[in-house]
Design a binder for this molecule. Sequence first.
Ligand code: AMP
Length: 282
Amino acid sequence: MKIFQDIFAIRGAIKDIRHQGKSIGLVPTMGALHAGHLSLLEASTKENDVTITTIFVNPIQFNNSEDLKNYPSTYEDDITLLEKCGCNIVFAPTAKEMYPTEPVIKISFGELAETMEGAFRPGHFTGVALVVMKLFNILQPTRVYFGQKDLQQFKIIEQMVYDTSLDVELKMVPTVRERSGLALSSRNKRLSKVGKVIAAHIYQALKVAAAGIQAGNDIKASINAAKSNLQSFEAIDLEYLIVVRMKDLQSVETSYDHDQLVLCFAGYVDGIRLIDNLIINE
Ligand code: AMP
């Protein structure tokens, strides 16, 4: 496994791989790797000749400097894991390498970014879009792997690829969970034991609400029941719990048509921000 930190050097390696006609699978991450990331890696190694994992905590997607400062880092362990799991290349640039000067362009996404994460983390998707665009341009992947857990991120990138005619195939990989149902997240490393037990109620509440809606229960009533369940825990500070249409992420409260629907959650458990979602009618 080769590790690169600078753009110039990895561009040379990419040129060689492309020259040999090999496909490139890309797994963008912010490190602190867990089994969720590894499921993306597994999908990529199955479908591509070469798999590249990026480890980069992208400063411009954090609207909260404390969150950035506290973001977990387990670089040495990450490298060991990646090597074991068949990754071929790691790209782990510094912030200075990626942004020698403050970037000027701002990619915006209209209504897609006005809801959920976009509403609660202003500027987040502008930062995500720019780093992903840079990674695509530097690494020229054939396929790129993202987790369903960050569904809005996937939809935003899908829109960017569509609108700018990028020649890349996007793959969405299902969310990997702990036995309790808690979605794996690098941020879980900061949860206490009790916090983890409480956080598992998020998935349970989503599951009950999603099953109810699927069975024909009123969407608003199902959401409200899940909300009051979660709000009964003092440690949980809910940001949003909504049902959206998969196609455009617009919120759906009363009608139930034939669109695919997704139940989405964000909130804090003991001050640690977690997100999760379930596709209702898969
Ligand atoms: P992150 O390092 O949190 O930015 O995540 C990197 C990629 O891993 C993103 O595409 C995430 O959606 C994906 N990911 C994070 N957690 C999970 C999970 N529990 N299951 C599957 N994919 C995940």
